[in-house]
Design a protein around this ligand. Structure first.
Ligand code: ATP
Ligand code: LTN
Length: 339
């Protein structure tokens, strides 16, 4: 097995460059990535091979891949501390993904809710096989690095279970090869809902205007989206699992995920306030989060060569580990080593 950096447990995660990153990506994933980077040996990739499970415009995909990497750094990932890389730069991801695809039972793949949700939105004959095999590629991403923890929003928990099950199956058939990873969800913000429809997960590829706050939204625009968020006709401001109260719950969740304040303190602070006050408070914390992030992002995008050098160093570090693991898995499966 690949030696780990000191005795630090390893972390791996990724986001698809399939659009502009949202505050859901930030609170569910990126904010955790930043928080754990000194405690763990962290690998953060831009998963472009996953993005092509939906058709992407080539020029746009290239651009979004760079932009996503810049956003990781703008959000606080320090490339001197964490390894930042592009998934397609490491061929081992595709190679191990094929080996795992061959072992993944169709029954498991068809049970994945992400597959069910995304395929339901398309005409049956136009659904690419990649959408079904998506979790095997994600398993390859994680298993290549022997990751111990995978920080993600809770919509990815089922894919983590799948990864563990597949790793176990491989280890059982071919001998101990892969580390079984554990999921890491944030205490608050594991599932941010759409502002226009608080019963659906906020997603970067949802088209409607007031659905998502993008990390690159002008703060005044982000503010407007919060002020227009769907709530309900009641008055009480409390966290609640009642679907009718999902809008207020979502605003409180965004507030909590940004401020890290305890539930009781937040409810006490809003006890005699109205929905207008809640929305203004959320809009303020969101704007205060976006502003410094955007300043840093613009600096990074204007610094010629910097991003490419980060991705080159990341690729070299990642490749070394990934290739070792791939070789081991190929050997275990019985591939003849080239002489
Ligand atoms: P798409 O809409 O293109 O399928 P997405 O916006 O759901 O994408 P992904 O790239 O699939 O984003 O997810 C990247 C990370 O962000 C994952 O860890 C995922 O759990 C997290 N994430 C995405 N949306 C949310 C959300 N609304 N709330 C919390 N976490 C989220
Ligand atoms: N499937 C994830 C993105 C992803 C990922 C990973 C997350 C691809 N590979 C490896 C963690 C670890 C999603 O959020 N849609």
């Amino acid at each position: 097995m690949s030696p780990k950096n000191g005795n630090k447990p390893r972390v791996l995660s990724g986001i698809q460059p399939s659009g502009n990153l949202t505050i859901g990506n930030y609170l569910g994933a990126l904010k955790q990535w930043v928080a754990v980077q000194h405690e763990y040996d962290c690998f953060y990739c831009v998963v472009d091979l996953h993005a092509i499970t939906a058709v992407q415009d080539p020029a746009e995909l290239r651009l979004k891949t760079r932009e996503s990497a810049a956003m990781y750094i703008a959000a606080g990932i320090d490339p001197e501390v964490s390894t930042v890389f592009v998934q397609s730069h490491i061929p081992a991801h595709s190679e191990l993904a094929w080996m795992l695809t061959c072992m993944a039972p169709l029954g498991w793949l068809h049970r994945m809710t992400q597959f069910k949700d995304k395929s339901a939105k398309q005409a049956q004959e136009s659904i690419g096989a990649g959408l079904l095999n998506y979790p095997s590629l994600m398993a390859a991403d994680i298993l290549l690095y022997h990751a111990d923890f995978v920080p993600v929003g809770d919509d990815q928990n089922q894919h983590l279970e799948f990864t563990r099950d597949l790793a176990q199956r491989f280890n059982h058939l071919y001998g101990e090869t892969f580390t079984l990873p554990s999921v890491m969800n944030p205490a608050a913000g594991a599932r941010i809902m759409g502002l226009d429809n608080p019963t659906a997960k906020m997603s970067k590829s949802e088209a409607s205007e007031n659905h998502a706050i993008f990390l690159l939204d002008d703060p005044s625009r982000a503010r407007k989206k919060v002020m227009r968020a769907v709530t309900d006709s009641r008055r009480e401001i409390r966290f609640s699992q009642d679907p009718e109260r999902a809008g207020v719950n979502n605003l409180l969740t965004i507030y909590q995920a940004i401020t890290n304040e305890p539930t009781e303190a937040i409810q006490a602070a809003f006890a005699d306030k109205g929905y207008g006050d809640l929305k203004r408070a959320v809009a303020d914390t969101v704007a205060a989060t976006l502003q410094p992030l955007q300043t840093r992002y613009n600096e990074l995008m204007n610094e010629a060569g910097y991003l490419d050098s980060v991705l080159k160093i990341g690729r070299e570090k990642a490749a070394e580990i990934a290739e070792d693991t791939l070789k081991l898995a190929q050997d275990r499966m019985g591939f003849l080593a080239p002489s």
